[in-house]
Design a protein around this ligand. Structure first.
Ligand code: FMN
Length: 187
């Protein structure tokens, strides 16, 4: 599984109840897996573009693991994309360095599924909110994979969910993601 690269876009894994658990499960199941935790590598948000591009070049399957923030990726992960997906790397006449690599999104959603419906308080389906990321994959020639995610992942004691609930959902998500990674690397 050395050819799988996981980019963790959580801005502070020390405060995470779900993303950290998913990452830990992945690492336990696949000890060779390379996880790049952006909050630990870049606490100042200053991305080492050459290192990130080298890691991407070596991978066949790229996983973006993140919490959904304001219907998108956290700012740290957005900055990583902005800085790393450069001209003649991800796009442009020689921008074929990501071509053919699988892009697997795995993210945690605070709100319940019914919120992401036309009459719900978030109105739009998750798939629609992901379209900028999907198009980013297409422009870079990457193979977009059906995203893996769970709803109800926010834990605020006494208000939203219990720790046990969000942890159980995170374990389910890790299991689904592991199955997907096995399929992608067997193909
Ligand atoms: C800044 C911020 C923005 C958030 N935006 C959303 C959102 O747009 N939709 C949603 O369903 N949940 C949202 N949430 C809830 C997070 O998705 C949820 O807390 C996270 O997935 C839990 O992951 P963690 O336990 O790894 O921190 C937001 C939380 C924060 C802190």
């Amino acid at each position: 599984m050395a050819d799988i690269l996981v980019i963790s876009g959580h801005p502070d894994l020390s405060q995470s109840h779900t993303n950290r658990l998913i990452l830990d499960r992945l690492q336990q199941a696949l000890p060779d897996l390379q996880i790049r935790a952006l909050d630990q590598l870049y606490p100042d948000y200053h991305i080492d573009v050459a290192s990130e591009q080298a890691a991407l070049r070596a991978a066949k399957v790229i996983v973006l693991q993140f919490p959904l923030y304001w219907y998108s990726v956290p700012a740290l992960l957005k900055k990583w994309i902005d800085d790393v997906f450069t001209f003649n790397f991800a796009y442009g006449p020689e921008g074929d360095k990501l071509r053919g690599k699988a892009l697997q999104l795995s993210f945690t959603v605070g709100g319940p599924a019914e919120a992401y419906t036309p009459l719900g308080y978030n109105h739009f389906p998750i798939a629609q909110l992901l379209q900028p990321l999907q198009q980013t994959a297409y422009l870079a020639g990457m193979a977009w994979q059906e995203p893996v995610y769970q709803h109800g992942m926010v834990y605020i004691p006494g208000i939203y969910n219990t720790l046990e609930q969000v942890q159980a959902r995170a374990e389910q998500q890790a299991d689904v993601l592991l199955q997907r990674l096995q399929q992608l690397t067997a193909a």
